[in-house]
Design a protein around this ligand. Structure first.
Ligand code: SF4
Ligand code: SF4
Length: 384
């Protein structure tokens, strides 16, 4: 069951009312969490961007949820392991920029600065049997996924399930892209990670979603809803539908269906999902396509068809984050040719022969200077 209620904006009164409605629909916290337990609100803080940019879970939503859990009698911790280096200084900076510091102050929740890792062995995953996860995700009695509805260049959509990838420490996430460059394998691994620390509840901030080049370089788009469910898969099925995506278009939902984790049809409570459907929600310019799967396209030549990351060097400030976090280590920073604007700065150069098309560089660029472009042959072939 998924509950969905209208929430027009992030004003405290509006958020608190909508949150009360979804908490009531799931039967309160008692069926999932005992009074006195410690709960981690696993928010989506993919990178240090202000809440108005809709890349991260909105602090007003997090504060309202934390307050309700505190009133219920829980010790509440807010935390995430964003992309890039995972250290106290980086967490402090990101908590401040994303508004989580204020959310914690307002609600009486604590921010987690635990950057330790924990080994999980004997994980009963399809792809993963051993996992290194953040200690913050293990030290709480229960975890709640507090996610954001966004598009995603590699996975098409990100919500409750993909949010749990943030239980993998910082740059270690890159290893998963290297080990599983195929989208279907990666989606299956995301399910393993979600199941390894299955959230007891998932809450979604879909007041403002992100359309276009999500999860970090897209544009805010109003959806006007908040959702909750005990099942991250059911929540994602309903939320993906709000932006016009069916189960077959979302790799994590396909993988969940194969593992009988998602039902064919989801029961909903509250408002009708159709009221919130945004028919012209913009998808990423390129949606990652697994070209190894049948059809005539592979015969044309994989290399010619595969999309490429393109760097807008006019926007690039030469910070080097893309090179530092490229899982395949195929980006080098080089000085631009003499005479060009900002010629003193070093700019990224990619070895496309070894690029695994994970799009981490697009996700982590603080300047939105990385775009994913389909080849003209792919565009042409898709029209045939
Ligand atoms: S492309 Fe983005 S991440 Fe890479 S160096 Fe330029 S600004 Fe930094
Ligand atoms: S260049 Fe970008 S897309 Fe290619 S492997 Fe590196 S991070 Fe991934």
């Amino acid at each position: 069951m998924v509950t969905i209620h209208r929430c027009e904006n992030y004003q405290t009164e509006m958020i608190e009312r909508a949150l009360s409605e979804i908490i009531e629909d799931i039967g309160g916290f008692a069926p999932y969490i005992k009074k006195g337990e410690t709960v981690l609100l696993k928010v989506n803080l993919v990178m240090g961007k202000g809440p108005e940019l809709a890349a991260t879970t909105h602090p007003a939503f997090v504060a309202a949820l934390a307050k309700r859990l505190k009133e219920y009698g829980c010790c509440v911790i807010i935390g995430d392991s964003p992309g890039g280096p995972f250290n106290t200084a980086m967490l402090r900076r990101i908590y401040k920029i994303t508004g989580m510091q204020q959310a914690a102050e307002e609600s009486g929740a604590k921010l987690s600065f635990n950057t330790e890792s924990v080994q999980l062995s004997g994980v009963a995953g399809n792809r993963l049997k051993n996992l290194t996860v953040t200690a913050m995700s293990q030290e709480a009695d229960k975890v709640i996924s507090v996610c954001k509805l966004k598009t995603h260049g590699m996975m098409t959509y990100t919500g409750a399930v993909k949010n749990m990838f943030g239980t993998i420490p910082g740059t270690m996430k890159a290893e998963y892209h290297v080990r599983m460059p195929k989208m279907e394998d990666f989606a299956d691994a995301l399910i393993d990670i979600c199941e390894a620390r299955r959230p007891v509840l998932s809450f979604m901030d879909a007041v403002m979603g992100m359309e276009g080049d999500g999860p970090t370089s897209g544009s805010p788009r109003k959806i006007g809803a908040v959702l909750a469910s005990a099942s991250p898969y059911e929540l994602d099925m309903v939320a993906a539908g709000l932006i016009g995506l069916g189960e077959q278009q979302v790799p994590t939902l396909r993988a969940a269906a194969m593992r009988n984790l998602a039902p064919c049809a989801v029961q909903t409570k509250g408002d009708t999902p159709e009221e919130f459907t945004v028919r012209d929600f913009r998808m990423p310019e390129h949606i990652h396509t697994d070209l190894s799967q049948g059809g005539f396209l592979p015969k044309i030549g994989m290399k010619l068809l595969r999309p490429k990351v393109k760097f807008d060097l006019g926007r690039c400030v030469g910070c080097g984050d893309c090179a530092a976090n490229c899982p395949a280590k195929v980006i080098v920073m080089k000085e631009r040719r003499e005479g060009e604007k900002n010629s003193r700065l070093r700019k990224p150069v990619v070895d496309y022969r070894s690029c695994i098309r994970c799009f981490c560089c697009q996700e982590l660029c603080p300047q939105s200077a990385v775009h994913v472009k389909e080849s003209w042959i792919f565009k042409l072939a898709n029209k045939i």
